[in-house]
Design a protein around this ligand. Structure first.
Ligand code: F6R
Length: 364
């Protein structure tokens, strides 16, 4: 059932291009996002004045990327809330709020409770869920399924990237029905999104190179993953993945924040994984990389092909295939998943069952 792969995590990573391609076909008609099959009424998407995304762990990281796209294209306030903190922070939520609950299992109790709280305050609700008929799906006004198929490995891979792709499609539908995108702009956006599965396939084909890169961080005790904008959210997810399956302490940092404290921790013993996929932010990211290199850190850079700076000695790089900057998080996420996977399997760990963790979290 692992299709010849040694671990479910590797099998599930390999499935990603197919899962996402299928979802993009299922949820579009002539390259326009179409949720009529799942009966998501456009009124839910047009009537809100703000959006609040509620989730935990990897699903929350997908929400952060979703928030970035929503702010950029819908021009409305969008927040991302850690479900476990939500109810205790007096959130501003009413009937003008659309709450989006994101969950692979659909059973995470923190997310479910936060959703119920927001509904009580009158918010409209939409769930982004993988498991059919789950509690969160049943509790929401409407559901969009990621349809990634069963995810067995505790560490989320295909469920997370399918959430990223679904957020992109949701943003396109919202922008279209709210009048932020013309029909042509919406189709162009979706066509470009449909190039993502091929880009992810290329990353997977480069897995031996990533396996080699994993050798550079395998003996580290602490590492940093840095990026700006969308790349920061990808670093957060890459860092979570590395922590959970390889037991290496990894901290994700927004590159610009390094000098406000953590730079004090950078030495030749703390490798730094940098992500650079956003054209606008490249020159700043390159200077942050210089900052850590000059403190002795061994740097590994994952960058968009077109943006890859000239290689320097002793500095490992991995080129990510080009898609529109807003969608680079998908190939970048696949690359960092592979990195965590190889560190864990080369250490001889049970990749699919990290210690202390459960696939479904039903305690608060
Ligand atoms: C990390 C991971 C967890 C889950 C989190 C939420 O790899 O899998 O962080 O993302 O527990 O779970 P769901 O999505 O089922 O609500």
């Amino acid at each position: 059932e692992k299709d010849g792969f040694p671990f479910y995590m590797e099998k599930e990573m390999a499935e990603q291009p197919r899962v996402i391609a299928r979802m993009l076909e299922e949820k579009t008609t002539e390259d326009l996002p179409d949720f009529s099959g799942e009966q998501v009424p456009d009124s839910l998407l047009t009537s809100c004045e703000s959006v609040c995304i509620i989730a935990c762990g990897s699903a929350m990281h997908a929400g952060l990327a979703g928030q970035f796209l929503m702010k950029k294209f819908l021009h409305i306030p969008v927040s991302v809330e850690m479900a476990s903190e939500y109810m205790y922070t007096d959130p501003v939520v009413d009937e003008k709020t659309l709450v989006i609950a994101v969950s692979q299992s659909g059973e995470t109790i923190d997310t479910l409770e936060a959703l119920k709280y927001a509904k009580q305050k009158g918010a409209g609700s939409l769930a982004v869920i993988n498991v059919k008929g789950s509690s969160i799906a049943r509790e929401s006004d409407a559901v969009l399924y990621t349809n990634a198929g069963p995810e067995i490995a505790v560490a989320s891979t295909k469920a997370y990237t399918s959430q990223l792709a679904l957020f992109a499609l949701l943003v396109a539908r919202m922008a279209y029905v709210r009048g932020d995108f013309t029909e042509t702009e919406t189709r162009d956006f979706v066509r470009e999104l449909k190039r993502v599965p091929d880009a992810m396939e290329k990353v997977l084909a480069g897995k031996e190179k990533i396996h080699h890169i994993a050798g550079r961080i395998i003996s580290a005790k602490d590492i940093f993953m840095i990026g700006r904008g969308l790349d920061y959210f990808i670093a957060m997810e890459g860092s979570l993945k590395l922590k959970e399956v390889s037991y290496i302490h990894s901290e994700a940092y927004a590159s610009g924040e390094l000098k406000h404290g953590p730079l004090a921790l950078i030495t030749e013993h703390t490798p730094v994984v940098a992500v650079a996929t956003q054209k606008q932010l490249l020159s700043k990211e390159v200077s942050n990389i210089r900052e850590v290199r000059s403190r002795g850190a061994d740097v590994v850079l994952f960058a968009k092909e077109q943006l890859m700076p000239e290689e320097e000695e002793g500095y490992l790089t991995f080129e990510l295939p080009d898609v529109r900057d807003e969608f680079m998080c998908l190939p970048a996420a696949a690359a960092l998943q592979l990195l965590a996977y190889y560190v864990s399997s080369d250490k001889g760990y049970d990749v699919d069952k990290p210690r202390n963790l459960a696939k479904v979290v039903t305690v608060e």
